[in-house]
Write a protein that binds this ligand. Structure first.
Ligand SMILES: Nc1ncnc2c1ncn2[C@@H]1O[C@H](COP(=O)(O)OP(=O)(O)O)[C@@H](O)[C@H]1O
Ligand SMILES: [Mg+2]
Length: 318
């Protein structure tokens, strides 16, 4: 069976993956950078875009010391090709657009600037574009996550990280509801008021959707349509205990029950002291420790994503 080689197709559109988490310090940059390396190892052109503006450090995870070009140049100049901002790298198939800059902050990114970045991301000459987003639920962060073709949530096996992941998804769904036509808003409010009256508090998003579908099917179907566009994946990072492997399955069940969302468990990574060692040696973990179980897992994650994509576009895999 043959598969069209996307790496040589000129007019290809990259598949955009956004990596986010409810809270900082869980390993978004670690996962985003090393997954980019794993795509590149599969000979898929992958560009990591550091959108954690204000605290950009994806370059450090890749072992790139002082990026010469940054995303802010895209916003400063009128006619600039985003591809000229990709930092050259010694690793074949891998590139970086750094966000390290003094004058850019995600929270302060203006609407037209956000749109300009989004539009340009589609012009990147790559198979995969991986967005390393900042922590939290700022509107700009949510909008980049919603704009991506695939969302990747990074969680750590600790209650605060899990809670903040749910909060992130709630904010995401609320943000998505804002895009619905104005008539829907009054009806949605009515449902929430009724829930408060009947149960004393607002129910889960899944219940809200069920109520909308029952009482206002047309509007409910719009919400359902939006939900189906959300492609959510999960990586559990920094596992320390064998019991931590259960977290992914538990979250899948909860996502379905409370949000009516399917969560694809992409993989589980262990806590490894070598992560810090790689940072100190200014090299990517994936390259420095290719035989580690995390690197092997990242390699398999990339492989899984590539195969799924090949099946979606061609219907076959080789
Ligand atoms: N699997 C892991 N094992 C050990 N340390 C890790 C792992 N993943 C991330 N870290 C460490 O945790 C800290 C936060 O990671 P980082 O990727 O910067 O998180 P975020 O981007 O979510 O803020 C860093 O010091 C990083 O080296
Ligand atoms: Mg980070």
């Amino acid at each position: 069976m043959t598969v069209k080689n996307t790496a040589t197709t000129k007019q290809r559109q990259p598949l955009i993956w956004a990596v986010a988490s409810g809270k900082g310090g869980v390993g978004k940059s670690f996962v985003a950078a090393n997954l980019t390396m794993a795509f590149a190892a599969h000979e898929k052109k992958a560009v990591l875009v550091d959108l954690d503006l204000g605290s950009a450090n994806a370059h450090t995870c890749l072992g790139i010391n002082h990026p010469k070009t940054t995303l802010s140049q895209l916003l400063r100049h009128k006619n600039i090709d985003i591809n000229s901002l990709v930092e050259p790298s010694n690793t074949p198939f891998m590139g970086l657009i750094s966000g390290s800059s003094d004058d850019l902050d995600m929270a302060n990114l203006k609407h037209f600037q956000k749109l300009k970045v989004m539009r340009n991301l589609r012009h990147l000459d790559a198979d995969f574009v991986i967005l390393d987003l900042g922590a939290g639920t700022g509107f700009n962060t949510l909008d980049f996550f919603l704009y991506a073709d695939q969302g990747l949530l990074t969680v750590m096996p600790e209650p605060t990280s899990v809670e903040n992941t749910y909060r992130f998804v709630k904010s995401l769904l609320t943000r998505q509801l804002r895009s619905l036509p104005k008539q829907s808003h009054a009806l949605m409010n009515d449902i929430l008021i009724e829930q408060k009256k009947d149960y004393g508090k607002i129910q889960s998003f899944a219940q809200f959707l069920a109520d909308m579908l029952e009482k206002h099917p047309e509007h409910g179907k719009n919400i359902q349509g939006n939900l189906q566009k959300l492609q959510l994946n999960l990586v559990v990072n920094q596992m320390m205990d064998p019991a931590d492997t259960k977290l992914g399955d538990a979250m899948q069940i909860i996502f379905h029950k409370y949000f009516s969302l399917n969560l694809n468990l992409l993989g589980c990574l262990h806590h490894d002291v070598h992560v810090t060692q790689a940072l100190k040696q200014r090299q990517s973990y994936y390259q420095l420790f290719p035989q580690s179980r995390n690197a092997i897992c990242l390699h398999r994650m990339a492989e899984k994503v590539i195969k799924t994509q090949q099946i979606k576009t061609n219907g076959v895999v080789n």
